[in-house]
Write a protein that binds this ligand. Structure first.
Ligand SMILES: C[S@@+](CC[C@H](N)C(=O)[O-])C[C@H]1O[C@@H](n2cnc3c(N)ncnc32)[C@H](O)[C@@H]1O
Length: 224
């Protein structure tokens, strides 16, 4: 088992701006949640570039794994809950260790998509839900969207921000959004805002989307 420590820098754009650095513990074994995936690098950079929006917000990260986006949110002053599948004890333990390493006080808990444990009902309302590379196994998409839809209904003004590899076009995501009463309010090429030094180390067609509850759908379902 090979454990490595990777450092991720986020550079401020003015003299008065302080740059930040996040250290992550990775483990090169066959466990998806112990590796920093490119989608996570892109989502973390987006959080950093929109840090004023994240400061003082309540954030929940789904399928957080090594948790880079959530850690950046915590560094800029958000109240952060990091989650991964309840069965992934090693991943959840790594998340706690990474928080300690970065001197960040995040809440870490098991949250399995499509499962309704008591803990999901105890969550505080969230302003922003994050998910990096959580749309990679199409057999889990419905469970993920069911959880996202539930969380957005508990916090109707919240937004789900996710980055994913756009392997077969945006159609499947669009279909699922309609099915679960959601709509896309922003879509970006993940490389369009990534600093060149980070972009050159990554490849693929990665999109970032912001998804909210479709209030028209809510009104229609209440009428019927
Ligand atoms: C491709 S990894 C992405 C990890 C991290 N977000 C990143 O981008 O570096 C997918 C993550 O989703 C988690 N995951 C997979 N299925 C899940 C489920 N049903 N419920 C909750 N988490 C799940 C995995 O444990 C893993 O951490």
């Amino acid at each position: 088992m090979t454990t490595t420590i990777s450092q991720h820098d986020f550079v401020g754009d003015g003299d008065s701006e302080t740059s930040i650095s996040v250290t992550v513990i990775e483990n090169m074994k066959e466990e998806y949640g112990l590796f920093v995936w490119p989608c996570s690098v892109i989502l973390a950079e987006y959080v950093w570039q929109h840090r004023s929006r994240f400061r003082d917000s309540t954030i929940l990260e789904l399928g957080a794994g090594t948790s880079l986006p959530g850690l950046v949110a915590a560094k800029v002053g958000a109240n952060v809950t990091l989650t991964d599948a309840s069965s992934k004890a090693e991943v959840l333990e790594n998340m706690r260790n990474v928080c300690e390493l970065n001197k960040l006080c995040c809440n870490v808990m098991g949250l399995t998509w499509g499962m309704w444990d008591a803990s999901i009902f105890d969550l505080r309302p969230n302003n922003i839900i994050l998910g990096a590379d959580v749309l990679y196994d199409s057999s889990a998409f419905d469970d993920l969207f069911a959880t996202v839809s539930f969380l957005l209904q508990s916090s109707p003004d919240a937004v789900f921000i996710t980055t994913y590899h756009n392997r077969s076009g945006h159609h499947l995501i669009e279909f699922l959004m309609v099915k679960w009463g959601l709509k896309c309010v922003k879509i970006l090429d993940g490389f369009s805002f990534l600093p060149p030094r980070k972009a050159s180390a990554l490849s693929g067609n990665i999109q970032l989307v912001e998804i909210v509850l479709n209030s028209a759908y809510e009104t229609r379902s209440q009428e019927t």
